[in-house]
Design a protein around this ligand. Sequence first.
Ligand code: SF4
Length: 185
Amino acid sequence: MNSSSPLPDSPETCRVCVTAAPAWLVVLDNAPTLTLFVLGGLLLGHLSWLLAAGYWAYCGLAVVLFWRRICTHCHHYGQASCRCGYGVLAARFFARRSAGNFRRVFRRNIGIMFPCWFVPPLGAVYLLWTEYTRGLLYGTLAFCGIGFVLIPLISKLVGCKHCDLKEECPWMKPTVKATESPAKP
Ligand code: SF4
């Protein structure tokens, strides 16, 4: 499907949505994110375990909000074709919403996830400044490597690589001008 072709109105008529993502791909998409959240909390735990607990609680909330505010607008909503598995989970808890403005919805709501990625490094920089240890340095490097290199690489090279909607997706094509269409995280 090229970027100028209109997307189908429903998953039932979309050739992308009828192809289930393999289990290994769902695991590959989720394991690094889970590791990132665990590592982020462990880093923040050096500051305060209350802060770490708050971070983990926020990460859980952010994922649920992602299902509600983004996945419910996506063509993969309720479909095993979602490479994250979120599409199926979102359908268990939230009703489907309009599938016609995904790009705009994604851009408006993706900030929900930003604290999960940026709060631990900020805490880690403070810790490295005030009480440097080699373990903290390695933990910080691991967090940044997973969050800013590994996860985007998995999406670009594996998870989203063969998705026919990638030309319409703000995650894969952040510079493409807004059009009315759905796609991937
Ligand atoms: S492709 Fe992305 S936005 Fe669509 S249902 Fe899956 S995780 Fe949600």
